[in-house]
Design a protein around this ligand. Structure first.
Ligand code: PBG
Length: 324
């Protein structure tokens, strides 16, 4: 069919037609809201590099989780800022650690929302790396036990799903085995399988105080130039027992999301990271673009690329827009 017989504009003529033939529908069901928990009471401190995001004590984490549940958001993912850091990141797997306390309280007071946890050491180690450091290098195999202990402590606190983001080799299998041995065979693992070494994490590292104190994360996070490697990483994680495969960041990696969607038959998640959030917020504050419209367009594009699940700091704003 060719012009003038075929005119694509016919089906764009009004909203009813557009609605009827829309291929991608962003839904609240797809969204996960990240939250930052700190020790203390009645704390809700704005995070400067992430407008409208806060460091919250557990009481306020619960409040926000309730609000998210009220908006029909299915899950939150909790990040913690411990009081103290040390070389082995012991705060990550402490029974009374900040994330463990937050999980317990949210599950107690707002059981209808799922609590997912980020399993990593970088917020808890004094060197800021995601694994343990032996003579200046990241010790992969030595880190696995600490990472699995972290995941187990989250499950024991009541987490509904764990999401390892450390990028150590073999960690998904190690976590699966540890959870299974401890009667948590029913807790799924959402693996940050294709996590790139990205400058888009900048605002998060301010927020989570998790910048590496020496070197960078290039020996464990993926090279942004690679695509086949993402498929290899995903395939490995599936062999080890991953239930959901994540790509991170999202917007600059839509091609990776789309490729993983085609080559992998598990649910695909995408992490719309802090830098993607901050740049829209900044441009919105400058009056250079309409932040709300751009955010919804971005989230739709991430879903169109193939993501079933989107972790995004826009979750609450998007939910309000989608519910209205
Ligand atoms: C921890 C972790 C990071 C993010 C999520 N989990 C930071 C990093 O890897 O440096 C980034 C999230 C974001 O930027 O929004 N490893």
């Amino acid at each position: 069919m060719q012009f003038p017989d075929y005119r694509p504009r016919r089906l764009r003529r009004n909203e009813a037609f557009r609605r009827m033939i829309r291929e991608t529908r962003l839904s609240v069901d797809n969204l996960i809201m990240p939250l930052f928990a700190v020790n203390g009471k009645n704390i809700k401190e704005p995070i400067p590099s992430m407008p409208d995001q806060y460091h919250m004590s557990v009481d306020n984490v619960v409040k926000t989780a309730r609000e998210a549940a009220g908006l029909n958001i299915p899950a939150v993912i909790v990040f913690g800022l411990p009081e103290k850091k040390d070389p082995l990141g012991t705060g990550a797997y402490a029974k009374d650690g900040i994330v463990q306390k937050a999980i317990q309280e949210v599950k107690n007071k707002c059981p209808e929302i799922m609590v997912i946890t980020d399993v990593c050491l970088c917020q808890y180690t004094d060197h800021g790396h995601c694994g343990m450091v032996e003579k200046g290098v990241i010790d992969n195999d030595g880190s696995l036990d600490l990472i699995a202990r972290t995941a187990l402590s989250h499950a024991e606190a009541g987490a509904d799903m764990v999401a390892p983001s450390d990028m150590m080799d073999g960690r998904v299998g190690f976590i699966r085995e540890t959870l299974d041995e401890n009667d948590f065979a029913n807790i799924p693992i959402m693996s940050y399988a294709a996590k790139y070494c990205s400058a888009f994490y900048g605002p998060f590292r301010d927020a989570a105080h998790s910048s590496p104190q020496f070197g960078d994360r290039r020996t464990y996070q993926m090279d942004p130039a690679n695509s086949m490697e993402a498929v290899r990483e995903a395939t490995l994680d599936i062999t080890e027992g991953a239930d959901i495969i994540m790509v991170k960041p999202a917007l600059p990696y839509l091609d990776i999301i789309s490729r993983i969607r085609e080559e992998i038959d598990l649910p695909v998640a995408a992490y719309n990271v802090s830098g993607e959030y901050a740049m829209i917020k900044a441009a919105d504050q400058m009056g250079w673009l309409n932040g709300k419209e751009v955010a919804l367009e971005m989230l739709t594009s991430i879903k169109r690329a193939g993501a079933d699940i989107i972790m995004t700091y826009f979750a609450m704003e998007a939910a309000r827009a989608l519910n209205s």
